[in-house]
Design a protein around this ligand. Structure first.
Ligand code: ATP
Ligand code: MG
Ligand code: MG
Length: 445
């Protein structure tokens, strides 16, 4: 994708915006952009520099993203969720060999919740019991036995979740962020998933500077630092195994880093992580407003990543801010279990959408007939009686029972967790709980 209309080719040490920002290393990438750790010379802080592909289509989307981000920083009224949305600090354009690129500058955050889940499992830090991987296909599917489209990815995801108290903490922050977006910002995220929720690193400048000095293979360490903080916040978790630097293209990076000014006295031995603070909690921020829309003006009807897609979007009916709440319940389940709540597949007999609807019916509730028939795609999925066209035999497997029998939740934890998730999984958006209402749910206390 490094061609005309695509990504901007970036080298460590490159300058942006009249030598204000200097690239230190790569933080990540997405479909639209590459994201870089950069040093801001004016403010003497580190920032995340998102450089968007240059084709007109990406530029337009990026300008919308900037407008939405600006709204989240410009709202005046105080709100509990304001601090849980990643902050945009600046934006500008940059010309390169592949065209003109919109660039956005954000505060630096740590790894996203998907890599946190993977690391939790890899290092075995956060939970001992190996969660039995739930069969990916719904019980109604007696077909191919859960063969995956992408076995590596599926294998990588199934398994351990995070400890309950930690998930409650994260859930409260995500819901607060949604209440802020849906309320004062008047917008809908539409792409809530673990990849788009980033963990904050406490004392981020200290962490970056000491790690850049002591160990240039910063990528692994960044994940490690976040993980240390997370496990500290959970009373009974073990300390993580030491994080090993993976690659040693270290020297060349080190050379690049040499002339980046680093505050603090060189006599002090470099620290691997922020100094321990016994009772600190984990803090997350909702990121990537690249697919967000105004509540009263939708850019597209084609929203949400498959596994987090709401019933109204599946059937092509009207959707609103409660579509984010559906995704939120799916994310919370995934944090608890390490597995997708819904992972639909197509077969020779039915479509992926129909499998998705069937899985929802088995886990949550039947679709009310009037709602089922209210969408643009309803006739492809349902007959006139509101029954699925190709999947006749449903085997209900309620959420509470899944948590108990597949993931070993105690009866009380299973019941309380299901009671918390189900209001966000109301089939009909009109009956689904808002973020504002969920904020006062006792499960989050
Ligand atoms: P998508 O394909 O999801 O739309 P995108 O091109 O819009 O991606 P983002 O999702 O904003 O890009 O960012 C891509 C990745 O870069 C993130 O998953 C994350 O790993 C990293 N990243 C983004 N913002 C930050 C930040 N503020 N701090 C640290 N890392 C970040
Ligand atoms: Mg993203
Ligand atoms: Mg995006």
């Amino acid at each position: 994708d490094y061609r005309k209309g695509g990504y901007h080719p970036v080298k460590i040490g490159d300058w942006f915006k009249d030598r204000r920002y200097r690239v230190v290393r790569k933080l990540g990438w997405g479909h639209f952009s590459t994201v870089w750790l950069a040093h801001d010379r004016d403010e003497d802080i580190h920032v995340a520099l998102k450089i968007v592909k240059s084709a007109a289509h990406y530029t337009e989307a990026a300008l919308d993203e900037i407008e939405l981000c600006m709204r989240t920083v410009s709202v005046q009224e105080p709100h509990v969720g304001r601090d849980y949305v990643a902050k945009m600090l600046d934006s500008f354009e940059h010309s390169g060999p592949n065209g003109r690129h919109v660039c956005m500058v954000f505060e630096v955050l740590g790894e996203n919740l998907l890599s946190l889940l993977r690391n939790a499992r890899r290092y075995g830090t956060l939970r001992d019991a190996a969660g039995a991987a739930r069969g990916a296909s719904g019980p109604h599917d007696s077909g191919s036995g859960g063969a995956s489209d992408d076995p590596a990815a599926a294998g990588d995801r199934s398994g351990d979740g995070l400890p309950l108290p930690l998930v409650k903490q994260i859930a409260r922050q995500i819901i607060a962020a949604l209440a802020y977006l849906h309320g004062p910002c008047n917008m809908i995220h539409t792409d809530l998933k673990p990849e788009n929720v980033l963990v904050c690193i406490d004392n981020v400048e200290d962490v970056i500077r000491s790690e850049l000095r002591s160990d240039p293979a910063y990528a692994e360490l960044r994940g490690g630092a976040a993980l240390v903080q997370v496990s500290r916040s959970v009373a009974n978790s073990r300390a993580p195994s030491p994080v090993r630097a993976a690659e040693s293209s270290a020297q060349s990076l080190e050379r690049d880093l040499n002339d980046i000014s680093i505050a603090g006295s060189p006599q002090h031995p470099p620290q691997r992580h922020a100094p321990p603070e016994p009772h600190q909690g984990v803090k997350v921020k909702l990121a990537d407003l690249g697919n967000a829309t105004w509540a009263d003006h939708h850019f597209t009807e084609d929203i949400q990543t498959r596994q987090y897609r709401s019933p109204e979007v599946l059937i092509g009916a009207r959707w609103d801010a409660t579509a984010d709440m559906w995704s939120c319940a799916c994310v919370v389940f995934e944090l608890l279990t390490g597995d997708y709540l819904f992972e639909p597949r197509s077969s020779s007999r039915y479509s992926k959408d129909e499998d998705h609807v069937a899985q929802i019916m088995e886990t949550v509730a039947p679709f009310p007939k009037k709602f089922a028939l209210s969408g643009r795609f309803s006739s492809e999925l349902f007959n006139r009686r509101g029954e699925l066209r190709h999947i006749r035999r449903l085997r209900p497997f309620p959420l509470k029972d899944i948590l108990r029998s597949e993931y070993g939740f105690s009866p009380q934890d299973a019941r309380e967790t299901a009671d918390f998730l189900l209001p966000m999984l109301e089939i009909s958006p009109a009956r689904r709980s808002s973020a504002e209402a969920m904020l006062s749910h006792p499960w989050l206390r």
